[in-house]
Design a protein around this ligand. Structure first.
Ligand SMILES: Nc1ncnc2c1ncn2[C@@H]1O[C@H](COP(=O)(O)OP(=O)(O)OP(=O)(O)O)[C@@H](O)[C@H]1O
Length: 812
């Protein structure tokens, strides 16, 4: 007996984002240093001393005895001049020196303050980015990429409703599906301005060169930071990670890390993951098989059924599982293509949930099936060739739409490869692990650039040799945009990876989480019937038995539960002819979409059930134009248009009586006849023609208590008196736009159907079950078919109906 954990609902929360600094810092202006004393001082001293020497010489050699008395005053004056000039010079010099020292010290302090400010901003920004995109589990906290940062890896967070970061990214967020792949170095968002005078002074004064150098290094150091490198996988589809030879495990490690980031940040309501991996990688992908994100996305699930009933995980490991999943995937891609056309009409843009298809490399021997010819030659018993996977899933036709139109239809493909030549030709983004890149200069975070006490520059640009030895192996990568050659490649300084234990721990914590329902709240106005089924339909080779026999279409629903349209938030609207029936009423004023609804109902039944399970009897008071095409179906046992005369109405009654007798006979023989769906369009008009029509009709259908007879009475308005009897007889009511609130009230017990917009035919209410009222938009059969890649020709509405009805439904 397996123990099923109770599910924990995770609701959408307001997003709390760390603050990323965006200010501008201006570097301090360098000081204007005082001009040192001029060299003319020395000239004066020189000439004074020279004068003294000349006087001395002249008076000693040319004059006699007493004249030498006069020499001393001259010498004294010159000496005094020289001395006073020297003293003045020294005084000025000391003053200039002191002033300069003061100004430089001040400048230094200002630079230091700016550095402290920048260091804080640098830290804040780095911290904010890492908080938004932390690594999954263990990381090298000593690495310069994470130095000084306070990081809580994803696995250390709580996996519950109180974690504000869990499944926090919403489709409208800028970082929706922006996935971390490693670390890059890039410019900061805050800016550093250099005042103009900075530059001038830097050129002019050689004395403050050291400070200018300091300022320059400060700008380069603090305006670059290590942040997680994110890639927008939604826009860059497909993405290939290439790791040749020994690097393939690193490429796979990165793929795992990327998937782990996707599942932590995005709700399964917005992102679903499909894994296609080779058998050799079974243990590597085991963890993904319990993620809520890999639960097979089924657009037919109602909100209540969502995730709980269907626990098939779209994690196909090995060729057999992949071949089973590919057709389902292909149908979903086709459906998205149709949705896209509808979204264009209603100018909605995102198709949700976004599908991420992960395709691992099939590199080991035996990962792929042998091609048919080769297996015959090798004597391997031939199995169904359509079930053999002899090429990578990336090359299968089922994946073509995902690869070529992924970005438009909400699909992203991520794959690994050993060789750049084997990646899909339309690859947009290549994460290339091939080359070894030289290590980038690494700044030791937190080390001041200038040690003021020692007055020397700190060594800040390289990892010391002893540290380098202990630095773990760093796998780098080059991220190249293959479609935009102008865009430069980005160097990923260290790619992410994830250990098996971490991945398993993540999956186990997520296993019991479910997204609280949060679907889009719009209601579509145009729904092609084919959207309700899994398409595209191969019109040329349609085999109705495939669908009639396919448990996928039948087992989830009770018998005769058919999709007829979509409710708000793209939830499927079903009509359950057994549980909500057996009988019903369809009311709607002219042009409200009754005929389209009947056609949808009939085709929906035809696609799902065999003629041996369901039969139609179609009656129209008028020309029966809308029902006429259905008479060709093997399910239709009678079609009677123009029943406007009492004679024809009587003929219908006789026909019905005969059919009921036939069924009774079959039942007596122990056989169970097919369900009989009787649609009577214009029943109120017929009742007006023959007063006893309704009584007679009900008497016949009640005969023998046959639970498999289902009446659908169609009219433009309830017509009071007729409505009363009919109203009591029927169980479910379909009500499109009504002419008046009274009409609406007669059917729904509320006036709402009168206020349905006339401009949106096909919109209506279904009152069923225990007074449950659903607003829905009915699907159309006769919608013009959009031009798609798969189908180049555009059919108009009637042509489409004819084409669908001429599909080879067996039995006739
Ligand atoms: N579900 C729908 N979605 C979009 N358009 C629709 C839908 N149903 C009907 N329409 C549009 O409204 C038009 C009228 O629809 P329809 O003929 O089904 O109305 P009706 O109620 O049967 O009218 P009447 O009573 O006059 O026969 C259609 O030609 C089509 O253009």
């Amino acid at each position: 007996m397996s123990y099923q954990q109770p599910f924990v609902e995770i609701t959408r929360k307001a997003r709390i984002k760390p603050d990323i600094p965006d200010e501008a810092i201006t570097l301090p202006t360098p000081p204007v240093l005082p001009i040192p004393p001029q060299t003319t001082t020395f000239t004066i001293i020189f000439f004074s001393l020279a004068g003294m020497a000349v006087y001395g010489y002249v008076f000693t050699h040319l004059n006699t005895g007493q004249s030498s008395v006069y020499i001393w005053p001259f010498i004294a004056i010159s000496g005094f001049m020289a001395l006073s000039t020297l003293v003045t010079f020294a005084g000025q010099y000391i003053q200039v020196y002191r002033r300069s020292s003061y100004l430089l010290t001040r400048y230094q302090e200002q630079l230091q303050e700016t550095e402290a400010q920048l260091r804080l901003l640098h830290w804040r920004e780095g911290q904010a980015h890492m908080e938004l995109n932390p690594p999954l589990g263990q990381y090298d906290f000593k690495s310069p990429f994470y130095a000084q940062l306070d990081i809580k890896p994803l696995l250390q967070h709580n996996f519950d409703e109180y974690n504000m970061g869990l499944w926090a990214r919403k489709p409208e967020d800028q970082d929706f599906l922006h996935i971390r792949i490693g670390i890059e170095r890039r410019p900061s968002t805050y800016r550093v301005h250099k005042s103009e005078s900075n530059e001038i002074r830097i050129e002019q004064s050689s004395r403050i060169d050291a400070y200018h150098d300091y300022a320059r290094r400060m700008v380069t150091t603090y305006t670059q930071l290590y942040t997680p490198l994110l890639i927008p996988i939604q826009q860059q589809n497909p993405i290939a990670i290439v790791g040749p030879g020994m690097k393939l495990p690193a490429a796979r490690g990165l793929l795992h890390a990327m998937v782990s980031q996707i599942v932590y940040h995005h709700s399964p309501a917005d992102v679903r993951i499909i894994v296609l991996a080779p058998r050799s990688q079974e243990t590597a992908w085991q963890w993904a098989t319990i993620l809520p994100h890999t639960i097979l996305y089924d657009p037919r699930q109602t909100n209540e059924q969502l995730d709980e009933a269907n626990t098939i995980h779209a994690c196909a490991i090995g060729t057999g599982a992949i071949m089973e999943l590919l057709p389902i995937l292909s149908r979903e891609l086709g459906r998205r293509e149709l949705l896209l056309e509808d979204d264009r009409q209603t100018s909605q843009t995102t198709i949700l949930p976004q599908l991420v298809i992960v395709v691992d490399e099939f590199d080991a021997p035996g990962d792929l099936d042998q091609p048919m010819q080769a297996s015959i030659a090798a004597g391997i018993p031939s199995s169904n060739p359509n079930m053999r996977l002899s090429i990578s899933p990336l090359k299968r036709p089922e994946m073509a739409l995902a690869i070529s139109r992924g970005a438009a239809i909400g699909v992203s493909v991520l794959c690994t490869s050993t060789n750049p030549t084997t990646i899909p030709p339309s690859t947009r983004l290549l994460i290339d692990l091939t080359e070894e890149h030289p290590p980038r200069p690494i700044i030791e975070e937190g080390t001041p650039l200038l040690d003021l006490k020692k007055r020397k520059h700190s060594r800040a640009e390289t990892i010391p040799a002893e540290d380098q030895a202990s630095t773990p192996f760093i796998q780098q990568a080059l991220v190249r945009n293959l479609t935009d050659k102008v865009q430069p490649s980005i160097q990923c300084l260290q790619i992410d990876s994830a250990t098996r234990d971490d991945l398993r721990a993540l999956a186990l914590r997520m296993q019991s989480l479910r997204a609280a329902s949060s679907k889009r709240l719009e209601m579509r106005t145009q729904i092609d019937l084919r959207m309700l089924f899994e398409f595209p339909i191969d019109m040329a080779n349609y085999d109705p038995f495939k669908r009639w026999n396919n448990p996928l279409f039948r087992t989830p629903y009770p018998l005769l539960r058919i999709p007829i349209g979509l409710k708000i938030g793209d939830e499927m609207q079903y009509l359950d002819l057994i549980n909500d029936g057996p009988h019903g009423l369809l009311i709607g004023q002219t042009g409200s979409g009754k005929s389209e609804l009947i056609q949808t109902l009939l085709l929906s039944l035809t696609f799902t059930y065999r003629p041996t399970e369901v039969n139609f009897l179609l009656i129209d008071y008028k020309t029966g134009l809308a029902l006429a095409p259905f008479k060709r179906l093997p399910h239709t046992i009678g079609f009677l248009p123009n029943t406007s005369s009492p004679a024809l109405i009587q003929r219908f009654m006789t026909m019905l009586q005969a059919e009921i007798s036939r069924r009774e006979k079959l039942q007596q023989e122990g056989k169970r006849p097919p369900h009989l769906i009787i649609i009577i369009e214009g029943f109120t008009e017929m009742a007006k023609r023959i007063g006893t029509f309704i009584e007679e009709l009900f008497t016949i259908t009640e005969r023998g208590n046959d639970p498999d007879i289902h009446l659908l009475l169609v009219a433009q308005r309830p017509e009071g008196m007729i409505g009363t009897r009919a109203r009591d007889y029927v169980q479910y009511r379909l009500c499109l736009r009504c002419a008046s609130p009274e009409h609406s009230r007669e059917i729904l017990r509320r006036p709402d159907a009168a206020s349905l917009p006339a401009s949106i035919p096909g919109r209506g209410y279904l009152l069923h079950g225990d007074n449950q009222l659903d607003l829905f938009q009915c699907a159309r059969v006769t919608t013009p078919v959009p031009v798609t890649i798969a189908q180049e020709t555009s059919l108009d509405g009637q042509a489409q109906l004819n084409a669908l009805l001429s599909l080879p439904f067996k039995g006739k």
